[in-house]
Design a binder for this molecule. Sequence first.
Ligand SMILES: Cc1cc2nc3c(=O)[nH]c(=O)nc-3n(C[C@H](O)[C@H](O)[C@H](O)COP(=O)(O)OP(=O)(O)OC[C@H]3O[C@@H](n4cnc5c(N)ncnc54)[C@H](O)[C@@H]3O)c2cc1C
Length: 637
Amino acid sequence: MKLDAKIPAGPLEKKWDKHRFELKLENPSNRRKFNIIVVGTGLAGSSASATLAELGYNVKTFCLQDSPRRAHSIAAQGGINAAKNYQNDGDSIWRLFYDTIKGGDFRSREANVYRLAQVSNHIIDQCVAQGVPFARDYGGLLTNRSFGGAQVSRTFYSRGQTGQQLLLGAYRALSRQVASEQVTLYPRRDILELVVIDGRARGVVARNLITGEIESHSAHAVVLATGGYGNVYFLSTNAMASNVSTIFRAFRKGAYFANPCFTQIHPTCIPVHGKYQSKLTLMSESLRNDGRVWVPKHPGDKRAPHQIPESERDYFLERKYPSFGNLVPRDVASRNVKEQCDQGKGVGETGLAVYLDFADSIKREGKDSIAQKYDNLFQMYEKITAQNPYETPMMIYPAVHYTMGGLWVDYNLMTTVPGLFAIGEANFSDHGANRLGASALMQGLADGYFIIPNTLGGYLAGAHLNDVTVDHPAFRSAAQASLDRIQRLLSIKGKRTVDDFHKELGLIMWEYCGMSRNNAGLAEAKQLVHSLKKEFWDNAIVPGINEEFNQSLEKAGRVADFFEFSELMLSDALARKESCGCHFNENYQTEDNEALRDDENLCHVAAWEFGGEDKEPIFHKEPLSFENVELTQRSYK
Ligand SMILES: Cc1cc2nc3c(=O)[nH]c(=O)nc-3n(C[C@H](O)[C@H](O)[C@H](O)COP(=O)(O)OP(=O)(O)OC[C@H]3O[C@@H](n4cnc5c(N)ncnc54)[C@H](O)[C@@H]3O)c2cc1C
């Protein structure tokens, strides 16, 4: 299939308006004839469900948690970007667009990113109207802070709980529609299969997580807003429930998967402290507005931080990148932290940590001012490490955080399966090879509040769809396939826990497909994952039965998908014979260890098609063209 991104013609700044005008419309009284399934109630799914229902569509909304409010988005800390230029510091839609393209190391679509920057301003208005309590300055106006990869302050925030406050806003909008019966909520459901009829997405098969019942739901279109898949690495900053299953199942049904190997490793997380740990905790990038990153100048220096004089400290980000300092983008910061630790300058017991020090800003602004901005993050740090960051520098290390890869979508956010849309972190759309901080919330809400309500309407108005019911054979066979897989998992009856397999898989992926990769390691990892997958299907133990609340079974399905998906990630990483953004292949680097792109051969989106059971995926590419910005070597110096 030839990939058509359906990018509208015309000047960059007019594309979205022109496209919206040209999209077919469905009149208000007709909209109630359409049923739409939305999977996911994070910022992307909640905002989409609420807005589609507000327009009059009948929406069925699914999530894993007992309440939509518990979606992973609630964990987002530092803020959300928008090009409002309230600080009058030189920001503009163009600058947000440019920073995002550059931050993504020139591996994203100009048209999508420009639209994102345009829509960003409406998001802030929408959320303020909903009552989201963004931080305000002394005079009562909305205030901003800075995030990585930008030299302006454009990030709106609610202390270190921005995701929670935004999600409460979206949840309120969703609840209004639930109350008016325009949205039917299905919490505690695990979507196991996508149902495709006559080449179009027409429904899903779900498992009721409490009773084990397998349910089928039909619709005229399906929207996947199931978040990111960082948990493939076992340890990540993601919520424990974050997974790849729904989008991977859609991939197996014909949706192409784009750039699966683009994983963001966030530089500032609380370091791993033991082998029984199952979760890592983020310390928001916003902290680098005031915290300074440093290591001792001399390898092996084990003195306590306050015993190391200024002259023996290396503020390596400020030294190497004077223009952006501590606020270089995440991929650049993470690689530099690793480099310092590899040189033996890491601190703490394991040597896998660097300092994030607030002493200067506390001296400059006072403890109260720092507490006002970050106190909940400081408390979280102290609870986990038993160290007070107002007195001792934080110790931080990079950890898996976000996935830029996801289902391939065109400008309308539709996948290669007509009628199947992907929004939020579940798609690949806007961040190229590296996402800038505070841009995930922006993208999820842009997709949900402003883009999908237009483009999905355009699809429905032109699609001429018959009604289908769950009696259709495609539903019956998808439900049977789900049951068969569940029975297969339950009948392995081996000796090793699913968690144990997941941990080993995560270690392989971290070691060979993590912060840096190389061709030989990636090829070796493919063998390792393949044989571990085989062992999983021979020797995993999945206790209990289907007809009950069975978290082991739920997890087993996820890990089985992570295995197959890891193979796809490794194929993608191997095929991209360059370094770009977060994909740092040691075989391709500049003299000063920066990512070395190959724009001549690899300036494209890699979109993978399912090749069949135990077969290699099929590679397709969407060439990227840069007509408005110049393709240059990224520099933050
Ligand atoms: C600790 C942390 C802090 C962050 N801070 C920021 C920040 O300050 N700014 C920023 O821009 N970004 C931040 N991010 C990134 C951002 O939070 C996420 O990218 C974003 O919230 C994802 O939203 P989403 O709606 O796409 O998915 P999610 O919020 O992950 O929601 C996924 C939804 O899909 C449902 N789901 C998943 N699988 C299934 C299934 N199989 N069946 C049924 N339902 C399913 C879940 O139940 C859930 O409702 C942060 C990320 C982390 C981990």
